[in-house]
Design a protein around this ligand. Structure first.
Ligand SMILES: *[C@@H]1O[C@H](CO)[C@@H](O)[C@H](O)[C@H]1NC(C)=O
Ligand SMILES: *[C@@H]1O[C@H](CO)[C@@H](O)[C@H](O)[C@H]1NC(C)=O
Ligand SMILES: *[C@@H]1O[C@H](CO)[C@@H](O)[C@H](O)[C@H]1NC(C)=O
Ligand SMILES: *[C@@H]1O[C@H](CO)[C@@H](O)[C@H](O)[C@H]1NC(C)=O
Ligand SMILES: *[C@@H]1O[C@H](CO)[C@@H](O)[C@H](O)[C@H]1NC(C)=O
Ligand SMILES: *[C@@H]1O[C@H](CO)[C@@H](O)[C@H](O)[C@H]1NC(C)=O
Length: 513
C-alpha cells in the first residue's frame, strides 16, 4: 500500500519544523498526527481551491507536485487532468467510486512506471487516455481491456520494450494509438493484420523505436486507409529494395505516413560501418533499387474480374470510368458494374477490356482518384486448363510406359529363370525374345526421352507444391534482440508526428466538455 505511507510522510514533513523548538512532546504529536492522517487522507483529498481547478465537469490538477490521485473526485467528472505531477503508480483503488462520465484522463509527465491491471475498471467510458511521457516499461496482457469505448491512446515517450500480444485486446473502438519514442523491437503486427486487427484502428505510430524487422508483405496487403496512418519512420531497419519499393508506392499514392515523413525514413546499409541512409535515396547509386511502377491487374478472357478502389479514407462514395473515359452508369447494359462496396466488377472479360480504369472517390474531406491498369491475356482460363490436361495425359502415358518397361525387365527373365526345365519350343522362345528385343531397341530413345520428361515433370510439380506450402505466413518478426547501438537512432525527434497527428486527434474527436 503506497497511499497511507506517503500520507504519513506528508504529515511528518509538516510537523518536522517544530521539532527543534519542542523536542519532548513533538514526537507524541507526530505519532498522533500520523495516525490521524492515515484514514483521513488529508494531503490528497480533492481541493478545488488549492491544488485543483474545478470547472463544472472538468477537474484540472496539473503541475501541482501531486504524488497520488486526489480522492473524492466527483462522479460527474468528465475530464480529469493530472498531467505534470509525480504520480508514479496508478493503483487499482485510485478512484474508490465509479466515474461513469469520465471520458478524458490525462496523466502525461508523471514518471508513471506502474499500472495496476485493474487501474481502469472504474472508468470504462474513457475515450481519450494520455499516458505519454512517463516511465512505463511494458504493457501487460488485457491491461486496457475494460476500455471498450477508448478511441485515442497516447503512450509515446515511455520506456516500453515489451508489448504483450493481448495488451490491446478489448479496446475494440480504438482509432489512434501512439507508441512513438519507446524501445519497441517487435512490430505489433497483430494490431493491423486482417482478422486479429482492431477493427477501427486507422492510426498506428511506432516511429522512433528499435524495430529492425518489418513484415513488408503483410504491410503491402493492408488497405490504403490503414497504410495512410501507419508511421514507422526512424527505426533501425536494414536497407533493402523491398523497403524502398514499399515506401515509394506509398509516396506515389500520397499516403500521409510516407509524404509527411519522407526524410525521416532511414535505414542501415549492410556492412560493418552500419551507415545510415535515407530510404528514398536507395534508388540512386547506393543500392540501385528500381523505381516503382504502379502494379496493374492481369486477367484472362471470359473471367469474372473485380477491380478494387483502394482509397486512403474509409467510407467514400465511388464512381468509375472505363478505358476511354466512358462512365459506368448503374442500370445500363454495360458488362461492368459498380458493386455496393465501390469496387468494379467486369462480368466476362474480353480482350478489348484492357486499359486504364479510373475510380473517383469522394467524401466531405477529400477527393481521390485511383487508376487501375488492366491487361487482358489473349487466353482463357480454360485454355490454361487444357495445357494442364495435356500434361496429365503425358503423365499417364509416362506411367504406363514405365509399367511396361518394368514388366519387361522383371517378368521376362523370371519366366526363363524360374522354370528353365519346362520345355518351351525354340521357335516360341526366339519369337518372344526377338519381339521383346525389337520393341526396346525401337522405342528406347523415345522411352528414355519420355522417362526424362516424366522425371522433369514430377520435379517441377513437386517444386510448385512446395512453393505453395512455403507461403511465408508465420512471419512473426520476433526480433527481441535489444541492440544498444540502436539507441543512437532515438536521437531523431518526433517532429510533425505529435503536432500533426495530435491536432488531427482533436479535429477528429473533439473534446466533449
Ligand atoms: C513543486 O515543486 C517544485 C520543486 O520542488 C517547486 O519549485 C514548485 O513550486 C512546486 N509546485 C507547487 C505547486 O507546489
Ligand atoms: C453521483 O452520486 C450521487 C450520490 O452521491 C447519486 O445520487 C448520483 O446518481 C450519482 N451520479 C451518477 C452519474 O452516478
Ligand atoms: C548502380 O549503377 C551504377 C551505374 O549503372 C553503377 O556504377 C553502380 O556501381 C551501381 N551500384 C550498385 C551498388 O550496384
Ligand atoms: C447498349 O445499349 C445501347 C443502346 O441503348 C446500344 O447502342 C449498345 O450497343 C448496347 N451495348 C451492348 C454492349 O449491348
Ligand atoms: C470533390 O469533388 C466534388 C466534385 O468535383 C467537389 O464538389 C468537391 O468540392 C470536392 N471536394 C474536395 C474536398 O475537394
Ligand atoms: C487473340 O487470339 C485470336 C485467335 O486465338 C486472334 O484472332 C486475335 O487477333 C488475338 N488478339 C490479340 C489482341 O492478339
Amino acid at each position: 500500500m503506497l497511499q497511507p505511507s506517503t500520507r504519513t510522510g506528508d504529515c511528518l514533513l509538516e510537523t518536522l519544523p517544530h521539532q527543534s523548538k519542542h523536542p519532548k512532546w513533538v514526537l507524541f504529536l507526530t505519532v498522533c498526527v500520523a495516525v490521524l492522517c492515515l484514514p483521513g487522507a488529508a494531503a490528497t483529498t480533492l481541493n478545488c481551491h488549492k491544488t485543483c481547478i474545478c470547472a463544472s465537469n472538468i477537474v484540472s490538477c496539473s503541475k501541482m507536485n501531486l504524488t497520488t490521485v486526489p480522492t473524492l473526485i466527483p462522479n460527474y467528472t468528465g475530464v480529469l487532468d493530472l498531467s505534470y505531477n509525480e504520480i508514479t503508480k496508478l493503483l487499482s483503488e485510485w478512484t474508490p467510486i465509479v466515474l461513469p462520465k469520465l471520458h478524458n484522463l490525462l496523466l502525461s509527465h508523471n514518471g508513471l512506471f506502474f499500472l495496476s491491471s485493474e487501474a481502469f475498471i472504474k472508468v470504462k467510458n474513457l475515450r481519450y487516455l494520455d499516458l505519454s511521457s512517463n516511465s512505463l516499461r511494458q504493457l501487460d496482457e488485457f491491461i486496457f481491456e475494460p476500455l471498450a469505448n477508448l478511441e485515442v491512446l497516447l503512450l509515446y515517450n515511455n520506456l516500453i520494450s515489451q508489448i504483450d500480444r493481448s495488451a490491446f485486446v478489448g479496446v475494440i473502438n480504438l482509432q489512434k494509438l501512439y507508441l512513438s519514442q519507446n524501445q519497441i523491437s517487435r512490430f505489433p503486427l497483430e494490431l493491423v493484420k486482417e482478422k486479429s486487427r482492431l477493427e477501427r484502428l486507422s492510426l498506428l505510430d511506432v516511429s522512433s523505436n528499435k524495430i529492425k524487422l518489418l513484415p513488408i508483405e503483410e504491410l503491402k496487403a493492408l488497405p490504403a486507409w490503414l497504410k495512410n496512418g501507419l508511421y514507422f519512420h526512424n527505426n533501425p531497419l536494414p536497407c533493402h529494395c523491398d523497403l524502398y519499393t514499399l515506401l515509394a508506392h506509398w509516396y506515389l499514392r500520397k499516403l500521409n505516413s510516407a509524404v509527411d515523413f519522407k526524410d525521416d525514413y532511414t535505414c542501415i546499409l549492410p556492412g560493418l560501418q552500419k551507415k545510415q541512409v535515407a530510404v528514398f535515396d536507395l534508388s540512386g547509386e547506393t543500392m540501385n533499387c528500381s523505381t516503382f511502377k504502379e502494379a496493374g491487374e492481369e486477367a484472362f478472357l471470359e473471367q469474372i474480374l473485380t477491380l478494387s478502389c483502394d482509397t486512403k479514407h474509409r467510407d467514400m462514395s465511388k464512381t468509375w470510368t472505363l478505358p476511354g473515359n466512358v462512365p459506368v452508369i448503374p442500370g445500363s447494359n454495360q458488362t461492368a458494374k459498380v458493386l455496393p462496396d465501390g469496387s468494379l466488377q467486369i462480368s466476362s472479360v474480353r480482350s478489348d477490356d484492357s486499359g486504364t480504369y479510373t475510380c473517383f472517390a469522394m467524401s466531405e474531406a477529400i477527393n481521390e482518384t485511383i487508376y487501375v491498369v488492366l491487361k487482358v491475356h489473349n487466353l482463357t482460363m480454360h485454355g490454361s486448363g487444357e495445357t494442364l490436361n495435356t500434361a496429365y495425359t503425358t503423365l499417364v502415358g509416362c506411367l504406363a510406359s514405365v509399367v511396361l518397361v518394368l514388366m519387361y525387365l522383371y517378368l521376362t527373365p523370371c519366366r526363363c529363370f524360374c522354370c528353365p526345365s519346362k520345355g518351351k519350343t525354340r521357335g516360341e522362345d526366339s519369337i518372344h525374345s526377338s519381339m521383346l528385343s525389337v520393341t526396346p531397341t525401337h522405342e528406347d530413345p523415345a522411352l528414355k526421352a519420355e522417362l526424362n520428361k516424366h522425371v522433369a515433370f514430377i520435379d517441377s510439380k513437386d517444386l510448385q507444391g512446395q512453393n505453395g506450402k512455403l507461403n511465408p505466413n508465420g512471419n512473426e518478426n520476433d526480433d527481441d534482440d535489444l541492440d544498444a547501438e540502436a539507441g543512437s537512432l532515438m536521437k531523431g525527434k518526433r517532429k510533425k508526428s505529435v503536432a500533426e497527428s495530435i491536432s488531427s486527434v482533436f479535429s477528429d474527436t473533439p473534446m466533449v466538455v
